[in-house]
Design a protein around this ligand. Structure first.
Ligand code: HEC
Ligand code: HEC
Ligand code: HEC
Ligand code: HEC
Ligand code: HEC
Length: 453
């Protein structure tokens, strides 16, 4: 016989058990969640096969050289070092635009640094993994081999030239020529050196909706069936000793190390080095025709075995045509663009692509409808734009994310940072039907004084 009170005791026990089980499940759930959320996933597992996902391992001191810094290499390889210090590579960390973008909370900083300061010795910390595989939560430990001087060197010599021998654990230099007598260990592998460019300049990867990496220069080059390498054009050949004269080494085939690209350097004082270190526009003004009120501009990509423009999707060419009167006053003006158009928010995507593939031409037809205008000559200009005015405006507005000295630099970036360069300028006289091109040297003298887009 069951009394009423016994039933309620039974009920109570049942309820209590349910509560306890529920509580235990909750605790277990929290533990599993915390474990999952905190567990460290190896980088290789999150980004399989991606070379840029990890820096080059810590490089021990190089026999005969010491720390593998560019400055040390430069104590013997004086000319190559001097050229490299003027390259975009050497400025890949100090670049004001890079610092501004790096500081944004939306940047996974360690990934950016893997291509802009790519050697582990350049980094304060070693990343051992990612919490729950989340690239915004790297697990970092201090790097005992951190070299602060090397950090400032951006894409330093060792990026391409120094590796660790897996058997001896010693650093060695990768060379291209052979038959030289260096004081440091060397392995000759020219192919490896030449292919290295693709690791950073040929990557398309969508990290998230608004962070997309889109560099296809290597693929563009392969599509042309050209037998040139990136270095054929960006490291022009020169005969010289590889080292300073006091070492009495023979004259050999060497290569300039200025890595000149689109002719818009990272600081104004680098303008005088652009042509010396090998700059030339990729496009050539093959024809400028004027018939009555119809103007036709023909541009051909004859100098680059990849698209113009290539690399960063924000780069473009602005083409400007101006009509001048007797007194040289501007009375007609029109513009167009060659480049890619991207929308960055809410989702990054390419909207259009007007670039000129290698060997191809771009025809710009203009109809000047105001036949009564007393135009006596036309002037055509091609401007390589690396950074738009509205983008640098935005960077100045968001300079709060930065700290000194980059904060102050970004605030003054309109004066400090080249945004664009005029790389072709040509005048056409209607009466004589004659064309005159401004020499590249003159344009670059003016570029050094030009501000903005
Ligand atoms: C103490 C002087 C010295 C230092 C420091 C030095 N090198 Fe050299 N290096 C030489 C000499 C000498 C040669 C041989 C030149 C020759 O025989 O024509 C050479 C040759 C080379 C070669 C060409 C080898 C080939 O056959 O293609 C490369 C590449 C090179 N060094 C890279 C570096 C790098 C990178 C560093 C810094 C990590 C560096 N060197 C530091 C003296 C030096
Ligand atoms: C896969 C390698 C790689 C990674 C990762 C990478 N970059 Fe770069 N970055 C490059 C290369 C290559 C260029 C040069 C392209 C050019 O000049 O057109 C470049 C150029 C730039 C420039 C200069 C653009 C210009 O037109 O001058 C900025 C700014 C920049 N990167 C920011 C970043 C930031 C911020 C990140 C991280 C979110 C990042 N990069 C991650 C390879 C990389
Ligand atoms: C570890 C990554 C990395 C490797 C390897 C690399 N680059 Fe770069 N390169 C960069 C980055 C990053 C920039 C842009 C830095 C910036 O704008 O702040 C750059 C810029 C350049 C530019 C300058 C573009 C301009 O208009 O200023 C040229 C040209 C270039 N690289 C050519 C090469 C060539 C040729 C090779 C191979 C021999 C090579 N790079 C290998 C990362 C790399
Ligand atoms: C972005 C990659 C890259 C960087 C950074 C770089 N080099 Fe090179 N270097 C090369 C390539 C590629 C070659 C071979 C070019 C060829 O044979 O066509 C080369 C060749 C050389 C040679 C052989 C002789 C010659 O001129 O061809 C020496 C010496 C040399 N580099 C030294 C240096 C030093 C010193 C630094 C830093 C100040 C440096 N390199 C930075 C890619 C690089
Ligand atoms: C046949 C010569 C040639 C070869 C090969 C070549 N380039 Fe270029 N590259 C140029 C010229 C010329 C320019 C200048 C284009 C311009 O802005 O008018 C340029 C510009 C660039 C720029 C700056 C972006 C721009 O649009 O101006 C980068 C970055 C670059 N090249 C990287 C590379 C890489 C990486 C390779 C190899 C995969 C390579 N180039 C192969 C000639 C060449």
């Amino acid at each position: 016989m069951v009394t009423r009170s016994e039933t309620s005791v039974g009920n109570w026990k049942l309820k209590r058990n349910i509560y306890i089980s529920f509580f235990l499940f909750l605790v277990l759930g929290i533990i599993i969640y915390l474990y999952q959320n905190q567990r460290e996933i190896p980088i290789e597992q999150v980004f399989p096969g991606k070379i840029w996902a990890k820096p080059i391992e810590n490089l021990p001191n190089l026999k005969g050289v010491g720390a593998p810094t560019a400055k040390n290499c430069g104590s013997c390889h004086t000319e190559i070092y001097e050229e490299w210090t003027r390259s975009t590579h050497a400025n890949a960390l100090s670049d004001i635009q890079f610092q501004s973008e790096l500081a944004k909370p939306s940047s996974p900083k360690w990934i950016c640094l893997n291509c802009h300061i790519p050697v582990q010795n350049q980094r304060e910390t070693i990343i051992t993994g990612l919490k729950n595989g989340d690239y915004f939560r790297p697990v970092e430990i201090p790097n005992p081999n951190f070299n602060p001087e090397m950090k400032t060197e951006g894409v330093t010599c060792a990026t391409c030239h120094v590796r660790v021998d897996s058997e001896t654990n010693e650093s060695y230099v990768i060379g291209a020529l052979g038959g030289t007598s260096p004081p440091h260990p060397i392995k000759i592998d020219r192919k490896q050196l030449l292919n290295r460019c693709n690791d950073c300049h040929n990557e398309t990867y969508t990290l998230n909706e608004s962070l997309v990496c889109s560099f296809q220069t290597g693929t563009e080059l392969r599509a042309t069936n050209s037998n040139q390498s990136c270095s054929s054009c960006h490291q022009k050949e020169v005969l010289r000793s590889l080292v300073k004269p006091s070492l009495h080494k023979p004259i050999r085939k060497s290569h300039k190390h200025g890595f000149i690209g689109g002719g818009v350097p990272k600081t104004f004082d680098l303008y005088p080095d652009q042509i010396r270190l090998g700059y030339q526009p990729g496009i050539v003004l093959t024809d400028l025709k004027v018939e009555n009120n119809r103007i036709e501009v023909l541009l051909t990509n004859t100098k680059a075995d990849h698209h113009v423009t290539t690399g960063d999707p924000e780069r473009f060419y602005r083409l400007v045509l101006v009509g001048l009167d007797q007194k040289g006053k501007e009375i007609f003006k029109t513009e167009t663009k060659i480049g890619q158009e991207w929308a960055w928010s809410p989702v990054a995507k390419k909207v259009s692509d007007q670039r000129i593939p290698s060997g191809k031409s771009f025809v710009w037809k203009v109809e000047q409808k105001y036949s009564e205008l007393p135009i006596v000559s036309y002037q055509f200009k091609a401007v390589h734009v690396r950074l738009k005015d509205i983008t640098s405006d935005y960077m100045i507005q968001s300079s709060g994310y930065l700290s000194s000295p980059y904060k102050e630099k970004v605030e003054k970036m309109k004066d400090l940072y080249p945004h664009s360069s005029v790389v072709i300028e040509s005048s056409y006289q209607i009466k004589t039907k004659s064309r005159k091109d401004t020499p590249l040297e003159d344009l670059f003298k003016r570029n050094a004084l030009r501000k903005g887009e």
